[in-house]
Design a protein. Structure first.
Length: 369
């Protein structure tokens, strides 16, 4: 009976979804406050199908790299960053990094490199440009998805150039798209608590807006379950939706659950999200972001079993093979650091969906019937 009552509460939102109407801040908060998980999943899956989604579920064969763990910012939620004197501090020599990637390519047929790192104060723009060019020359057919908006902003500080100028140099060296990291939660109140040393959200938007204006496609994220309110989560999604209305440059949204291990939040008693938290956030993201085509179930942080269920809660992408993930694992992720193509195909098929291997632009490379 309780479920029926709660479902009735979401009926006005269901009517909006079926009519293709846009959901607003109050709708988003009502969805997050609902405990009716199955209705949320059904609504999100319905929204996905109403907007033209099919049973296709995508993944990419990709390689994760981190060129440096050294970072000046000290975000309180981060277990990855090191000062240059701490154990684990690392800065890849460019030749070694490229050789490492080339060696891995001999056995793994990845089509994309996803590379992010700390805001290392000891670098200059030349390092970023040179590493991009070196990867491009060594692996000309691999898509380069490199550097968060925070790192691009860091490069403007290192070089004195504008965001557009930095992006132009990187694109000339071989950059193809930007990942979505550095977004965290946009609300200033939250950023002040969790990342007081990080630039305001306006810079994240400036970088992505500039990238879109140059024809670069990008990704967007949200790190949830730390100090933010439901209203601040929905505000974050609405800000992304607004930019997408303006530019259409985002390809996918990735909700990232906060992992507290090895951060100050662990000592203060924060815990990992539950499966219900994660499924709810994926469903609400799918419902609110009516203009971003893909929502990812990021198996690295939510586990492969939950990613399977998430495919019925609005997600249509399980990210990729990854290989060597370090950031989530530093913060306590207990998932493997890579999955093989066969495992992802099995995961998707067993969830009753059609596995489709994609390139970074969601062009189909292979389909499993
Ligand atoms: S989240 Fe990024 S910017 Fe913040 S401390 Fe970690 S590596 Fe540095």
């Amino acid at each position: 009976m309780a479920t029926v009552t709660r479902s009735t509460e979401l009926l006005p939102i269901r009517e909006k979804v079926l009519a293709g109407e846009r959901l607003d801040l109050d709708d988003g908060i009502a969805l997050l406050e609902s405990d009716d998980l199955l209705t949320l999943g059904d609504l999100a899956d319905t929204a996905r199908r109403v907007r033209g989604g099919s049973d296709d579920v995508f993944f990419v064969n990709n390689l994760y790299l981190n060129h440096t763990t050294i970072c000046r910012v000290k975000c309180k939620f981060c277990a990855f960053a090191k000062t240059s004197k701490q154990p684990g501090a690392k800065l890849w020599d460019i030749d070694d990094l490229v050789e490492h990637a080339v060696t891995l390519r001999r056995t793994q047929d990845f089509t994309e490199i996803h590379m992010v790192g700390g805001e290392n104060p000891h670098l200059d723009l030349g390092y970023y440009v040179d590493v991009t060019r070196a990867l491009r020359q060594a692996l000309p057919d691999v898509h380069l998805k490199l550097f968060t908006a925070s790192e691009i902003h860091h490069m403007t500080k290192l070089s004195g150039l504008e965001h557009e100028e930095v992006l132009r140099e990187l694109v000339a060296a071989g950059l193809d798209t930007l990942p979505g990291g550095g977004a965290e939660i946009f609300a200033p109140r939250v950023r002040k608590i969790i990342a007081p040393g990080k630039e305001p959200a306006e810079y994240w938007f400036r970088v992505h807006r500039a990238a879109h204006a140059m024809g670069l496609r990008t990704h967007c994220t949200m790190l949830y379950n730390h100090v933010e309110t439901f209203e601040e989560r929905i505000d974050h999604l609405l800000r992304l939706r607004d930019l997408q209305d303006e530019t259409g440059g985002f390809m996918a949204f990735i909700p990232l659950p906060f992992h507290p291990q090895n951060t100050v939040f662990e000592r203060r008693g924060w815990t990992f999200t539950t499966g219900a938290d994660d499924l709810k956030m994926i469903a609400v993201s799918r419902l609110m972001l009516d203009n971003i085509e893909h929502v990812k179930a990021y198996w690295i942080m939510i586990s492969t079993p939950l990613a399977q269920i998430a495919l019925h809660f609005g997600a249509d992408d399980v990210q990729g093979t990854v290989v060597e993930e370090q950031i989530a694992h530093a913060a306590g992720a207990v998932t493997p650091t890579e999955e093989k193509v066969e495992a992802l195909v099995h995961l998707i098929a067993e969830a009753g969906r059609v596995p489709v291997q994609r390139d970074t632009f969601y062009r189909e490379l292979r389909r499993w019937a």
